[in-house]
Design a protein. Sequence first.
Length: 434
Amino acid sequence: MANLSWPSAEEQARVREIASAMTGKNENDVKVVVSPYRICPLGAHIDHQGGTVLAMTINRGILLGFIPSNDSQSHLRSGQFDGEVKFSVDEAQQPKTTRMINLENGNNVHEEANWGDYAKGAVFALQKSGKQVTKGITGFICGSEGLDSSGLSSSAAVGIAYLLALEYANTLTLTPVENIELDRIIENEYLGLRNGILDQSAILLSNYGCLTSMNCKTKDYTLVPHPGINKNEKHENGEAFKILLAFSGLKHALTSTNGYNDRVAECQEAARVLLQATGSGDLEPLLCNVDRETYEAHKGKLKPSLAKRAEHFFSENARVTEGLKAWASGDLREFGTLMSASAQSSIQNYECGSEPLKDLCEALWQAPGVYGARFSGAGFRGCCVGLVEAGQAATAARLVELEYRRRQPELAAGLRPGSSVVLLCNPGQSAHLI
Ligand code: GLA
């Protein structure tokens, strides 16, 4: 494994120290799960329709320092959120989707997930798949500063951190592909977000310097190295590019608005109409079950909004195919052009993204050395991601910062005190225990 700058010795020492103080045990007994965040330069919003996505982890993410309990009790603290979470892994966990709260106006809504729910979700997923979980964990979880709720998949990174810790505590050995499915259970069945498997695939499968290409229909994946990154190097210097993250200051959970799930439902409705048009209505209504020729021949049957969602799916799949070729041949210029085209399709066809995120994308597109940029996660909040020529990265970062502060002064001022709009980072590793 390349010797990457994250997590630093200080970051590891901090989580070890806190977890050891919580248990009264020696710091050397504390295990640390390293669960990185991910970017998805191409393949946006097609994972839930069985499309192929391209992703990579970065050298930032979640650390969970923990010690297995002698009994079923779990006791957790967080670096980002107040309070403590205590529960027994013996308790049968109820999905958030079944827990409703009554609002004063008489409406019923799903209860919002709180930070401790991810640990319970991990127990739920393990229980649901028949794994014996009898031991809890005591631990401290903490994300890289300022990056929570940024569209870098902190939710999946947290879920995976708890899965790996609970599996260690219960001497369960699972493959990355099995853990992708368990994290899908946390997100889809426990939290009620109808997302695909992009996030957890990137976090569990990534390899430094490679792009992970995941076919979300067949679950076949490949790791495609970039010729400009030397995997044998023991450090991150000398890379061909930097990953530029630009933060909007907009934060809210994907499960707290219906935007994400509504789009998923629209894609499925488009698939249903297209499948029925060819007498294949018995197939699962996912756009991956419709071939491009069928779409071209029958798209006139779709109402305008559904036609746009389908256009995004088919054009994005094509950009992924082209993008893989560009990546493998080291053509970052072409790869970046496809990323920016993907952002345009997200805006025009998928109709996601908010004004601040569009402003950020524009600031990135104008900056020197930026090969391409798009929304990072779902596009409703969080950050944009750009690939930038390493030699121009600092200048690009400065200009994006200035431009965003000019366009969105209030949101930029609301970012964590003293923190910048822009963060430059590097590719990372897959989730692992140290
Ligand atoms: C979120 C979801 C992913 C994916 C992206 C958009 O990150 O969790 O499953 O759909 O949005 O590409």
